[in-house]
Design a protein around this ligand. Structure first.
Ligand SMILES: Cc1cc2nc3c(=O)[nH]c(=O)nc-3n(C[C@H](O)[C@H](O)[C@H](O)COP(=O)(O)OP(=O)(O)OC[C@H]3O[C@@H](n4cnc5c(N)ncnc54)[C@H](O)[C@@H]3O)c2cc1C
Length: 395
């Protein structure tokens, strides 16, 4: 690519797509100024892989949350495709959401915009072109761009200390599990975690012939959504924005999300397999140590009990620490920014310091609140970033 770009979006997930459509809605002629970078070279690869690998039938969020600027677009799309919404609150099926996103990509003519590159470093150019950046990737020439939007998604999984250095095929995190490929029949699987991902893994493994023990350090929490819907608007966000202390804001985010939770329908499914003797629920239980025992793992819990299993999966969430993120930590060299519990203190337009680098997703949670990482957070981020992109005087 010889011509400098105007805007580079890094990450072709739901958030990158949301940014592209919201920007093109305001500036339809800007398509040629825009490129999206993702190692897969395609839209929504990670999203699709996660839903397929865990065999998730439908989304947790209602139909208004999606990457198109028109909140009703998914409902209109579904009119000719009945039976794809799950009650309550019309949560779209995986297929419907996928087909809809493909239609969005086509309608906004974004199919050809994704460049198959993983961006490893961002460097400011020196001298006369100091307002531009060079994007470096292991494959391909450096790309020069004026503005950058980071839509990277979460980084590495949160890995419990007792599992450190023991990772392998039979001990892995939820992101590495692909239920479709594993020979689970007759196996004993232990899953650590209390969120919806842990639930999907348990139900999926049992459907494939395994017996499962689900270990959670707290009691299972049942909630329809992972965050109360009041966080989508001023009802809860007003107090959040009035809070000027970043540590307190971070704590408000933790309180609002309150760790992982299961939807009521997932809890019903778990109770059903529990009654059939295929699932053991061990709540208020913590793993303290782990040892190999032939082909199996021996698990030691804080209540003195020991378990054996063929596979151990950690559904213990992801780390949100910019200091540990391969790309975000390189930004600290360009423009050092305070981090609060790992999250960057961005400006009101989600800009990294005084640079023309903008950040979306869970990384922008100190500004957007607890739904930043969800689909709804993508739209909230656009409300902040797009005005700054189309009117650079908003400094
Ligand atoms: C199993 C699961 C189900 C979920 N269900 C819902 C739901 O129903 N509703 C909801 O609102 N939220 C849901 N979420 C939360 C959230 O919406 C998703 O995690 C969503 O994928 C976030 O979108 P994203 O674009 O931020 O990240 P991702 O989907 O992870 O996309 C980020 C993209 O950036 C690319 N990338 C990363 N680093 C680089 C780099 N250095 N260079 C180039 N490209 C890079 C990645 O390859 C990836 O394609 C779910 C999450 C999970 C894990």
């Amino acid at each position: 690519m010889t011509q400098p770009l105007d805007i580079a979006i890094i990450g072709a997930g739901p958030h990158g797509l949301t940014l592209a459509t919201h920007l093109l809605k305001k500036r339809p002629k800007w398509r040629s100024r825009l490129k999206i970078f993702d190692p897969s070279g395609q839209w929504l690869t990670v999203w699709q892989q996660q839903f397929n690998a865990l065999d998730i039938p439908y989304l947790r969020s209602p139909a208004v949350h999606h990457p198109d600027p028109n909140p009703y677009a998914l409902r209109h799309f579904a009119e000719t495709r009945p039976g794809h919404f799950y009650p309550p609150y019309d949560r779209p099926s995986r297929e419907l959401f996928h087909q809809f996103c493909q239609a969005v990509i086509q309608r906004w003519q974004l199919q050809e915009q994704v460049i198959p590159q993983k961006i490893q470093a961002i460097e400011p150019l020196k001298g006369r072109k100091a307002s531009r950046f060079e994007l470096h990737s292991p494959s391909g020439e450096p790309v020069i761009t004026r503005r950058v939007v980071l839509a990277l998604g979460p980084s590495v999984p949160q890995w419990p200390s007792w599992a450190e250095n023991k990772q392998g095929e039979r001990l892995c995190n939820a992101q590495q599990v692909d239920l479709r490929t594993l020979p689970l029949r007759g196996e004993q699987v232990v899953i650590v975690g209390g969120g919806l991902t842990a639930g999907h893994l348990a139900v999926g493994a049992i459907a494939r012939g395994a017996t499962v023990t689900l270990i959670h350090r707290r009691g299972m929490q049942v909630k329809l959504f992972d965050t109360d819907p009041s966080w989508l608007g001023p009802k809860s966000l007003k107090t959040f924005w009035e809070e000027r202390d970043w540590e307190t804001r971070w704590q408000m985010i933790q309180n609002a999300r309150n760790g992982g939770s299961l939807t009521p329908d997932m809890m019903t499914q778990l109770r059903r397999v529990q009654k059939q003797g295929l699932l053991q629920l061990r709540e208020h239980c913590q793993v303290v140590d782990l040892r190999r025992s032939g082909q199996q793992w021996q698990i030691f819990c804080d209540d003195g009990q020991t378990l054996k299993c063929d596979r151990l999966w950690c559904a213990t969430g992801t780390q949100w620490d910019a200091a540990q993120h391969p790309l975000l930590k390189t930004l600290q060299d360009i423009a050092p920014l305070p981090l609060v519990q790992g999250l960057p203190v961005l400006d009101d337009h989600l800009r990294w310091g005084k640079t023309n680098i903008f950040v979306m997703g869970g990384w922008a949670a100190l500004q957007l609140g607890p739904v930043a990482r969800n689909l709804a957070g993508g739209r909230m981020a656009c409300d902040r970033i797009v005005p700054a992109l189309i009117k650079p005087s908003l400094a």
